[in-house]
Design a protein around this ligand. Structure first.
Ligand code: PEP
Ligand code: MN
Length: 269
């Protein structure tokens, strides 16, 4: 039997510190910029999302970009800024690690290591991340089947690290109006197959700000334990993914909606 298989087990909780627990009755809302652009931008967004009710801060210091000419992230400087944002807000931090060589640096700051969609198939990185003992936030490969996604998780579990969260973030289909097709059926399916908590990222999953709140609500309604969204104070000026970023005001309204929804389904926020 694979370690991810549910059997008779309930969803296991993953505690990342700062009062943030995945897989319990309380929903986890992860919010922050796509990328750490500079100190002022990140600290401002971190304060705003904390105020609006986020439970965790996101932000990339190492960015997997499609074009080599696009902004690649601030790297170590970005990690320092994230550490400062955590100190200011108390929010635990999840940030992406792109390669094993960066693991020690990223793990020294991150409360949770994000493995991005493009690296879901990188079994060596999955094992190395697992061996740090840090919680791992594993995003679904954009062309990965559920079975492949679960086997990627198995690479982490097999190291003895059981603190992992799976994130549905949209898959490639024939549709081009949206950036990806958010596969929400993955949520109840994963909840049935595994004890690992499940998150949904409607920002990358749709690529459109206007679709983020309704799909975040849909994710919670179908059983997601967490939602990850991108927030930027000036989406028009964002260096990355402005088209799918919420302003703090929009984010605040979305959290209010999610709170109402949570109470309707016996959860809290
Ligand atoms: C991200 O969340 O920063 C990101 C790059 O997402 P994905 O790996 O899902 O494309
Ligand atoms: Mn992004």
């Amino acid at each position: 039997m694979m370690k991810f298989e549910k059997g008779d087990a309930e969803t296991q909780t993953v505690d990342v510190g700062g009062g943030c627990v995945f897989g319990g009755p309380r929903l986890v809302i992860i919010a922050g910029p796509c990328t750490v652009e500079d100190r002022a931008q990140t600290l401002e967004i971190a304060a705003a999302v904390k105020e609006a009710g986020a439970s965790m801060l996101r932000g990339g210091a190492y960015k997997p970009r499609t074009s080599p000419y696009a902004f690649q992230g601030l790297h170590e400087e970005g990690l320092d800024i994230l550490a400062e944002a955590r100190a200011n807000t108390g929010l635990p931090v999840v940030t992406e690690v792109l390669e094993s060589a960066d693991l020690a640096k990223v793990a020294a700051v991150a409360d949770m290591l994000q493995i991005g969609s493009r690296n879901m198939h990188n079994s060596v990185l999955l094992q190395a991340a697992g061996r740090t003992g840090k919680p791992v936030f594993l995003k679904r490969g954009m062309s990965a089947r559920i079975e492949e996604f679960l086997l990627a998780a198995e690479y982490v579990l097999e190291t003895g690290n059981e603190r992992i969260v799976l994130c549905e973030r949209g898959i490639r289909t024939f549709e081009t109006v949206t950036r990806f097709t958010l596969d929400l059926s993955a949520v109840p399916l994963l909840k049935q197959r595994t004890w690992i908590p499940v998150a949904v990222d409607p920002s990358h999953g749709t690529g459109m700000t206007s679709l983020v709140p309704p799909m975040a609500c849909a994710a919670v309604a179908c059983g997601a334990d967490a939602v990850m969204v991108e927030v930027h104070c000036c989406p028009d000026k964002a260096l990355c993914d402005g088209d799918q970023s919420e302003t703090p005001e929009l984010f605040y309204r979305m959290v209010k909606e999610l709170r109402t929804l949570a109470s309707a389904i016996g959860r809290t926020l």
